[in-house]
Write a new protein. Structure first.
Length: 162
């Protein structure tokens, strides 16, 4: 149950390691996509308190804002645009140490300084992206990439996207 979420102190890696089984348990008995995406955002926000955490879902050949935690955000992003649209186009995780240095970055908030976007890929098609923004420069690295990719795989394994 959500109220049992165990928040720990420790390295970024230790924090992810603690979250993985908890996320697995949280989404295990639920087959509603939006409910699971919403809870994953809440878990990441509760543990890390990043500035913004959310999903964009591929709909009608655009990324459309889905469940998120944080300030209001852009609702639609085109293929190839911004960090999210680039992650979609390239089908790969993108880590941006300084968003001002990323050509075409879409600034939903001037407080966002660094970002990581993980594509969710099903049968070689991107079905959604997970976007995390930090108000600190250079806040994401390979550890985040590895564990966030594991987290999106837990969601993809439930086959709820289409
Ligand atoms: N910065 C993103 C847009 C989404 S917001 O950060 C929530 C981008 O460049 O795609």
């Amino acid at each position: 149950m959500a109220e049992d979420l165990n928040i720990i102190n420790g390295s970024r890696e230790e924090q992810y390691k603690s979250l993985l089984p908890q996320i697995k348990a949280l989404i295990k008995g639920e087959n509603d996509l939006i409910a699971n995406l919403a809870n994953v955002c809440a878990v990441l926000k509760s543990q890390f308190n990043f500035f913004w955490i959310g999903f964009y879902l591929v709909k009608d050949k655009q990324l459309v804002l889905g469940p998120f935690q944080g300030p209001v955000a852009c609702t639609r992003i085109a293929f190839g645009k911004g960090v999210c649209g680039t992650s979609w186009e390239q089908k790969t995780t993108i880590v941006v140490a300084d968003v001002d240095a990323f050509p075409g970055h879409i600034a939903c908030s001037s407080l966002s300084k660094s970002e990581i976007v993980i594509p969710l890929i099903e049968e070689n098609e991107v079905v959604a992206v997970l976007d995390l923004d930090s108000d600190k420069l250079n806040d994401f690295n390979e550890t985040d990439k590895i564990y966030l990719e594991e987290i999106v795989n837990l969601l993809l394994n439930k086959n709820l996207f289409r």
